[in-house]
Write a protein that binds this ligand. Structure first.
Ligand code: SF4
Length: 349
């Protein structure tokens, strides 16, 4: 509906919220549901994939009974074993569809960053393999329409440009909006936090926990989609010892399901510097306490919900004095003291 009726000529109004204002929620919902009737092959079609779609062999990846396909989506635990780099990449980054034997593979981009040289190499690869490329909403690039025999060559070429990390859908695949790097609406350096969380997870041996997503936004606008992630953060200015300081609201339990979305619930607010520690503690508990195949949100329910887990982290909502902990008053990737300044223009996403 946004494609049909959204504001495409005015950048300041190119948001779904303006379409809601223009049409009204009920009318927009009515039009979306009407449009959805034509999306027969959608994996979120109520009641499952219609028979006519199955009969024509057009089921989406992972939906055709009896065939071996890679399950995809939030909460699917990706387990990787083995030691050989190719084997680990193949387990984590290759997705096989059932219906037509399709093969897709992710090129992993840390923090969604791709250099000009990497883009050129990706374009060469795309031509060489005759594949289709798309950017994913976890900020990676997926090669589609591959044949199994092309995977070793793809891995070799991606390794040469540092994009063959077994990362897609594992915890190291932290997603952040541009934040204060380039966005005038940002309150915090969301990319800096994402990088710090990624580093801590690697240090703690937790980067390859599967079935769990982390998303970070530099303000409440949620371009980083913190609201629909298992562990979400959005930037918020804090005051401590008479000074401004970078902080975050932590949310837990958001998810995007086949037929519904659930927003994460508030766990606690904390200084930016303590957000990596809070993440590590939650992930460590989840990894240790989950039952076989248990999804994060179900584990969270068993713990009493986001607030209850937030209470176990309450000691992290402490600011030392500026003399005792000067880093608490400087945001990630910044050199000077934190300052809340309102910029001009729109967000950078
Ligand atoms: S406006 Fe969007 S891109 Fe900018 S900081 Fe907020 S969430 Fe991030």
């Amino acid at each position: 509906m946004f494609d049909h009726d959204g504001y495409r000529d005015n950048k300041l109004r190119a948001r779904m919220k303006w379409l809601v204002e223009k049409l009204g929620f009920e009318e927009l919902q009515r039009r979306i549901l009407r449009e959805r009737k034509f999306l027969l092959a959608s994996s979120s079609w109520p009641g499952g994939i219609p028979d006519v779609v199955k009969a024509r062999g057009d089921a989406p990846a992972g939906q055709q009974a009896g065939a071996e396909a890679t399950p995809v989506g939030q909460g699917i635990a990706v387990a990787i074993g083995g030691r050989a780099p190719y084997e680990r990449w193949e387990q984590a980054n290759v997705v096989r569809g059932a219906a037509k034997g399709t093969v897709s593979a992710y090129a992993w981009a840390r923090l969604g960053d791709v250099t000009a040289e990497q883009f050129e190499a990706l374009a060469d690869l795309q031509r060489e393999l005759g594949a289709e490329c798309r950017v994913t909403n976890r900020q990676n690039i997926v090669f589609r329409d591959l044949a199994d025999g092309q995977l070793p060559r793809l891995f070799e070429a991606l390794s040469a440009i540092n994009m063959a990390e077994p990362g897609a859908e594992l915890l190291r695949d932290v997603v952040a909006c541009p934040g204060a790097d380039t966005c005038n609406l940002a309150v915090t350096q969301s990319r800096g936090l994402a990088s710090a969380i990624g580093d801590r997870l690697e240090e703690e041996g937790l980067a390859e926990v599967g079935g769990l997503r982390i998303n970070i936004s530099g303000c409440t606008n949620s371009c980083g989609q913190h609201h629909a992630s298992d562990i979400g953060f959005f930037g918020a200015e804090r005051r401590a010892h008479g000074r401004s300081a970078p902080g975050y609201q932590m949310l837990l339990g958001g998810y995007v399901g086949d037929t519904q979305i659930h927003f994460g619930a508030k766990a606690l607010r904390l200084p930016a510097r303590n957000a990596p520690e809070a993440t590590v503690r939650v992930v460590r508990r989840f990894a240790a306490e989950r039952e076989a195949g248990e999804e994060f949100r179900h584990w969270l329910d068993r713990q009493g919900g986001a607030r209850a887990v937030g209470k176990t982290l309450a000691d992290l909502d402490e600011f030392p004095t500026p003399e005792a902990g000067p880093e608490f008053f400087v945001d990630f990737d910044e050199t000077g003291p934190y300052e809340a300044v309102i910029g001009e223009s729109e967000c950078a996403t």
